[in-house]
Structures are given as C-alpha cells and as structure tokens.
Ligand binder design. Sequence first.
Ligand code: PMT
Length: 407
Amino acid sequence: MYSLANKRVLLGVSGGIAAYKSAEVVRRLQDLGATVRVVMTAAATDFITPLTLQALSGNPVHTKLLDTKAEAAMGHIELAKWADVILIAPISANFMAKLASGEASDLLSTLCLASRSLLAVAPAMNQGMWKNPSTQKNIGYLRSRGIHIFGPAEGSQACGDTGPGRMIEPKDIAELTADLFETGSLAGIKVVITAGPTREAIDPVRYISNNSSGKMGYALAEAASEAGAETILISGPVNLKPPSRAKTVYVTSAREMHIAALEEAVDCQLFIACAAVADYRPVNQSEQKIKKSKDEITINLIKNPDIVADIAALTNRPFTVGFAAETPQTKDCLEIYAREKLERKNLDLVIANDVSGRTMGFDSDDNAVLVVETSSSEAIPKTSKTILSRQLIAKIAQMLKITNKTL
Ligand code: PMT
C-alpha cells in the first residue's frame, strides 16, 4: 500500500503543456496523505493559474524569488527545509538544463540548490527534445547525482508527434514518490522505540519532567516503518500525531515505560531508547495537592529503573541502541560520555547529541549526532530529525546485517 502520510511534498511546476496535469498530481499526492505546497516557474503560470493550484493544495502558491510578502510568510530557505521531497512535475528540457548546471536564477531552481531533501522529476517535452544529446547528457548527470527520474512515457504528444516525452500519469507519479521513502531495509523485523519525556508525579497536579518533545523518537518510528519494520512506539506525554504505521503505546511515568518496554521487547530484534526518561522520581506521591504553607519543602527522590540497561540485560536481547543527551565542555567529551554509557549499559550503539543549545537536541526540528560503537564513531552533521532518522535507520539496518542478529 502506498503512503505519503505525514510527508511534505514541494511540487515544482515548470513551463510546458503538461503543466495542466499538475492539478491532478496535487490531488493524487493528497490521496496518499501528503501535505502539498506548490512552486511555479513564470513559464508554468502561462499554462495553469496559481489560483487553481492554490485552491487544490490549500496553501499559497509561490512564484517569485524576490517576493517580500511571500518571504515574510515562509522564506525560500524555510521552504527548502520544509520539504521531505521536492517533486518537479512536469519538468521541461530547459528546467532540467538549469538543474544540471546548478543555476539559481528563479525560486524553484534556488530551492533545489538549497534543499537537502529528496529530489524527483517527471520530464515532459517533445520527443525530439527528449532524444536530443544535450537533454540525454543532462538526464544522465542528474541521475548520477541521485535525482530520481520518473518516466517519461511514450505515445502521441500535444504537438502531434509520437514518441518518448509524455509525462507519466499523475497517479503513477504519486506512487513513485511514495516509493522513495520505502527502503525495505528492516523488512520482517520488529522494532521497539521509546520517545518523549516521562512525568514523575509529586502530587495530583505537579510533576518532574524535561523538555523532550518526542520529535526525534517519532521521526525514528516513521523511518523504521518506511524501512519495512513492524514498529512499536512507546511514548511519554507529547503533543505529536502518532506515526501512521506504528503501534503507539502511551505511558506517563518511567515505571510505566519500563513495564511497556519489557513487555514489547520480548520478541523484538531492535530496541531504540530515545526517550528522555526521568532518572529519579519522588519517593512519595502526595494524594492531595501540597499546600503552600511552608517557605521550603524537601522532596526525596529515588532512582527509576534503567529501561535500556534492563533490555540489554535480557537473555535473548535485541540489538540495543541508546541515546546520550550531553552538555559536553569540550568536543571530545561527547564521545567519552557516550562511550561510558555504551559500556556501562552494555549497548550495541549509542547515539550522542549535544543538548547545550536551543537549535538542536531537545524540542527542536534539527539535530546533529555522534554515532558511537565499540570500535569507531561517526559524526552526522546537523540536519532535520526526519532526514537524520532515515540516515540512522539505514546505518542500524546495515549493522544488523553485519552482526547477523536478525536477518
Ligand atoms: O524528544 P526531542 O525533543 O526530539 O529530543 C530528543 C532527545 C534530546 C530527547 C533525544 O535525542 C535524546 O537524547 N534522548 C535521550 C535522552 C536521555 O535521557 O539521555 P540520557 O543520556 O540521560 O540517557 C541515556 C540512555 O538511557 C537513553 O537512551 C535513555 O533513553 C536511557 N534511559 C535513561 C534513564 C532511564 N531511567 N532509562 C533509560 O532507558
């Protein structure tokens, strides 16, 4: 089943008669669950109006690079970061040449240069233009850069010619776009992921907690499902929509998360502990709201169970991945702290993040991590949690294959 649930598609429309079909592309992408924003080149607006695509997509259509009003609402760099995938359908021979030469002469070409997301194009042009060696050279180059080329199809063309160059059908474009996210690298395995904070009650209205938003863990769950895993997400209290293809188990406290994790981990092959579990809880929970009668009160705390360490200690343990949230004084400290956790908790892998700033780690859309294994480490630079999660899942799937723990 094809799905684009929770995916953000930036649909680029370039100039050509097939631009009229972009209206249906919007619809078919939405049918699969995508949120769509449209960017049109000036030439595209000669074939279909921005108003049509705005009405269908439900979002303002962007046409100009230097548009102060549009920049104030969502700047072009923000737009480039917003997309999980940029899909240009149709892409003309001219726009392919622009992409191949790395031009930034209009909004759409600038977005393609600035974006780190997946890029796919559905060519549409006269058969002679398609067969032209310059076009073929550009296509070859775009392919070599990892840009996905959908089509074109063969058949009769608007100009009266017959041959290759027709844009493939909107439904096929939407399904191929969905396919980009399906790697299958974790097919047949069960993954349990913890996410979000825990809350440790002091009294019926107060608790100890932290700033985890759940974004990192939820993105990992999405990426694991895309990779074909049966995904169980054990979530603390967050304000996020549950991932469409994962089973989500909601908990509040560390002890509840501990019970749920041990229950779900029985037959799982991969456990990823991304939750920011409270290390301590109040020894006693007051049944009544504590009155403000004293200037000072003391709350005695007791250690919570270490969930990931207990999973790693199981006889038939899964491949066990922990996170390390650190505020290191020097760059080297991050690895030292992560390695200490790797050993102390007997983990297969630790994903360490520096949570000192506000733009990464807790409650942010981006993150940068150091992936620490027994004999090596690898830094993954700052990127969106969505993209980072796909990179992490690909790496873990590779390690699982090598250790042969599951496949
Ligand atoms: O949720 P976001 O806002 O997106 O933020 C993401 C994040 C910063 C929370 C995430 O990237 C992260 O770092 N998660 C781990 C946070 C944490 O508690 O780190 P720690 O270094 O204190 O714990 C080490 C590991 O032990 C973690 O895998 C943690 O889940 C686990 N742990 C900790 C305590 C405990 N009682 N049980 C555990 O399983």
